[in-house]
Unconditional design. Structure first.
Length: 318
């Protein structure tokens, strides 16, 4: 009788150990799967309501910039910039700015464009306070290069260069309805022109237009990969991303979902992420093969994209 009980006990212990091993393997597989795509779905509410995003048919959903686990979100419909502590997943402050459009972080300064007020608001992110307002006619996209502020002006079809010290303004005519800006290490600035279907290339050394390149229908978002081999441009009317090789200016088209608006690269440059406004998805592109390898469903018209500094989390504003 005692031997039979010992035998049953051993069998039960063996079964329990097997179950523990199986559960451990399942947990490890889940961890590996999550880390393989480096995607984390985390909803942090700013001042906008989801209904406002649905009603908006332009790019009026919030845009986002991240530094040191603090996110800055421009809420165009509620006239504010939200400051979000990502570690605590909570908004720590709202700064009132009328219809903020685009953001640019330069060291400890956050530049916010507002085309309605014809102003660029400057925020000290150490104190989270407004310290300056720079006049600029109908500013949209913004980029800071050394002592110069580059701003796209859709009403005048130009890029305005503002000297931060002297406040001297210089306009450079580009294509029709310029929007977003990016800079490469060779001191060239690139601007997307939505209506004329091209990008303008400006030589920052002499602050003159260097070239115009046709890239596709309705280019808006633009980003340069960390190795600076490619520039990715979202062609919102063609539902594609144009991958422009900087060395020879050749273009490869990558099909994504409906109305792609923004694109960013991972810090290593292996992946690119594209927000598809109409289809409520994020396309993930393998930049080596230049093809879509995955798609993530989101809520309510995704627009702004930002990666955490360790590349583990992708934040999407809806």
């Amino acid at each position: 009788m005692l031997k039979e009980k010992i035998k049953v006990l051993r069998e039960n212990l063996g079964l329990r150990n097997k179950i523990r091993i199986i559960l451990l393997v399942i947990v490890l597989v889940i961890i590996l799967f999550v880390n393989s795509y480096l995607i984390f779905d985390k909803n942090i509410k700013t001042e906008e309501e989801p209904e406002a995003f649905i009603e908006s048919i332009t790019d009026e959903a919030p845009v986002i910039k991240i530094t040191k686990n603090i996110a800055y979100v421009a809420n165009q419909l509620s006239n504010s910039v939200s400051i979000v502590d990502l570690d605590k997943s909570q908004v720590i402050k709202h700064i009132e700015i009328e219809e903020p459009h685009e953001l640019y972080l330069d060291k400890n300064l956050l530049y916010v464009t507002s085309s309605k007020t014809d102003n660029i608001t400057v925020i000290n992110i150490n104190k989270n306070e407004i310290i300056d307002a720079i006049e600029s006619e109908s500013p949209h996209g913004i980029l800071v290069v050394d002592d110069s502020i580059y701003v796209t002006n859709a009403d005048k079809n130009s890029v305005t260069i503002i000297n931060k010290t002297s406040l001297v303004y210089k306009d450079i005519e580009v294509g029709l309805q310029p929007h977003m800006l990016v800079k490469d290490k060779h001191n060239f600035v690139y601007a997307t022109n939505i209506v004329s279907d091209d990008i303008a290339i400006i030589n920052n050394d002499i602050q003159k237009l260097a070239d115009i390149i046709h890239v596709g229908d309705g280019p808006e978002g633009i980003a340069i990969d960390p190795q600076e081999k490619f520039i990715y441009i979202t062609n919102q009317e063609a539902n594609e991303v144009a991958a422009l090789t900087l060395k020879n200016k050749k273009i490869n088209k990558i099909q994504v979902d409906s109305r792609p608006l923004r694109v960013i690269f991972s810090n290593a440059g292996r992946l690119a992420f594209v927000s598809n406004f109409n289809s409520n998805t994020i396309s993930i592109i393998n930049t080596y093969k230049q093809n879509v390898i995955n798609k993530i469903k989101t809520d309510y018209s995704p627009l702004g994209l930002a990666l955490s500094e360790d590349d583990r989390y992708l934040y999407v504003t809806n």
